[in-house]
Design a protein around this ligand. Structure first.
Ligand code: CP3
Length: 342
């Protein structure tokens, strides 16, 4: 069975001897070969040059026997395509080129011609798809409308999210106008990714968990629902959200193919709340990869044992891999999962 077949079987909740494994930001600062490329090229150059995006996407697969490749890009390409550029702050975190703080600025965003503006993503995906030749699953992705709006309205990374929440509470018309534009752009973007060869698309609702529980549906999930409704028959969607364990049933009601679970809940408890025909991805605490191979092996084995009777498990971290992750720990993680047998 190829890695891609294993991944697709898990996504379709078929029983397997062991789950497939991939991790988020597998291309990232923990890999010396990535840091070497970053000496020569900016992040944007890497993401916008298809041959370089191909190289960065494949780097982790040369080292580790992962079952899926995730496109090297960023969720912030969508705000940029709408007219709001981004950069990485030297002290860490994201800065947008300006902050959205009026309805006029929202009205000025242009969600059309996504395929042309982001043709470099489609070109990169086609190169990756050609290189993988069906051996590994290929994953595309995008941010959720809410998570993108946090960067756009806050003007970058934020601590308390008062501006974007303020917009949601006090100017629902402007908030909805922004979300509608993001939904339209993301639907076009996901269709483009599908035509370029992806097997599934992960929607990152990384900041869904900072919302008040009673607002999650209206501020975030309903917009994800609109996207899933539009593309469900065309491409498999995985919902990833951080800090949204109280909302598994609501997330499952949007009918994604899979729900990705953060590390704060024992995965078997998440499994009790997620219907048997929705796959579950997760959920090792990324910090374990900073510790020792023994601790990683124990943590991973606990999750594998807990999920061994639940068809439809995709092994993953509960969030992206940290720059401080140790390569020997990543090797142990992949070995533990790929040699596991029930
Ligand atoms: O997994 C992969 O390698 C695929 C590519 C990918 C990146 N970002 C590349 C990247 C994916 C799937 C993302 C998703 C992403 N980007 C999210 C959603 C997931 C999450 O983290 O919750 C978000 C919120 C972003 C926005 C973003 N991009 C942040 C907050 C940062 C960190 C900034 C910092 O200084 O800490 C990035 C940078 C980024 N995106 C890196 C990579 C490999 C690190 C770049 C570097 O420093 O070289």
């Amino acid at each position: 069975m190829t890695s891609r077949e294993r991944f697709l079987a898990a996504l379709n909740c078929q029983p397997l001897d062991r789950p497939p494994i991939w991790v988020m930001r597998q291309a990232g600062r923990y890999l010396p070969e990535y840091r070497a490329l970053k000496e020569k090229h900016s992040f944007l150059e890497l993401a916008q040059t298809p041959e370089l995006a191909l190289e960065v996407t494949l780097q982790p697969l040369r080292r580790f026997d992962l079952d899926a490749a995730i496109l090297f890009s960023d969720i912030l390409v969508i705000p940029e395509a709408l007219g709001q550029g981004y950069h990485f702050r030297t002290q860490g975190g994201i800065g947008m080129d300006y902050r959205l703080d009026s309805k006029d600025q929202i009205d000025a965003l242009d969600p059309t011609a996504i395929e042309e503006k982001l043709s470099y993503v489609s070109d990169a995906l086609k190169l990756i798809d050609g290189e993988l030749a069906g051996s590994k699953a290929l994953l595309g992705f995008g941010g959720s409308p809410w998570t993108l709006a946090t960067y756009m309205v806050e003007g970058g990374s934020s601590k308390n999210f008062e501006r974007v929440k303020g917009l949601f509470y006090s100017d629902r018309l402007a908030f909805n106008a922004l979300m509608e534009k993001l939904v339209a752009a993301l639907i076009d973007y996901f269709r483009m990714q599908k035509s370029a060869g992806v097997d599934a698309i992960q929607i990152f609702d990384s900041w869904g968990g900072i919302l008040a529980g009673e607002d999650y549906q209206e501020a975030s999930l309903q917009w994800i629902q609109q996207i899933i409704d539009a593309v469900r028959d065309e491409v498999s969607i995985i919902i990833y959200a951080k800090g949204t364990s109280p909302h598994f049933a609501r997330q499952a009601a949007t009918r994604p193919k899979a729900i990705s679970v953060d590390w704060t809940i024992p995965i078997e408890e998440a499994a009790q709340q997620i219907p048997a025909d929705v796959a579950i991805q997760g959920n090792l605490d990324p910090v374990l990869l900073d510790t020792t191979p023994d601790i990683v092996r124990q943590g991973a084995t606990r999750i594998l044992d807990a999920m061994s009777n639940r068809p439809g498990h995709i092994f993953n971290l509960g969030h992206g891999i940290h720059p401080t992750a140790r390569i020997e720990n990543m090797e142990t993680l992949v070995e533990t999962v790929t040699t596991y047998s029930q």
